[in-house]
Design a protein around this ligand. Structure first.
Ligand code: ZN
Ligand code: ZN
Length: 132
């Protein structure tokens, strides 16, 4: 495999991963991404998925989410938002309330710092799990 071909293949893998994340509109682990994309790329290894996702994250196209579980979750980088994670069924809800962003200003005012980003992860039971 010459250099150019290898580069093209890398790019295709990255594009496919990105497309899958975009279409699924979900927060996925490396394992889930690997299983989803594997049928289209039989030569794909998990290590390659990992490497490509890290590159996509460095490029700012993908963002990771650490919800305190074994594996990080990945999603397409979009408007900053926060998350609710159900401890029971692992459902993830995107949270976006104007009030949450006021915390940024309050932190900056109180501590004299400049906040570039932060993520709130609320945990508990989703509406479904509360009823069942
Ligand atoms: Zn739930
Ligand atoms: Zn999200």
């Amino acid at each position: 495999v010459d250099k150019k071909e290898r580069f093209t293949r890398m790019t295709n893998q990255r594009l496919l991963l990105l497309e899958h994340l975009q279409e699924s509109k979900k927060h996925l682990t490396i394992d889930q991404l690997y299983s989803a994309v594997k049928p289209q790329l039989p030569k794909l290894s998990k290590a390659t998925v990992y490497r490509n996702i890290n590159l996509l994250e460095e490029e700012g196209l993908v963002q990771s989410l650490d919800i305190g579980k074994k594996e990080k979750l990945y999603e397409v980088a979009s408007e900053p938002h926060h998350h609710f994670v159900c401890d029971n069924c692992n459902r993830i809800i995107e949270v976006n309330l104007a009030d949450i962003w006021q915390i940024k200003e309050r932190i900056e005012r109180k501590y004299g710092v400049k906040v570039d980003s932060y993520q709130l992860i609320a945990k508990g039971k989703c509406d479904f799990c509360q009823r069942h």
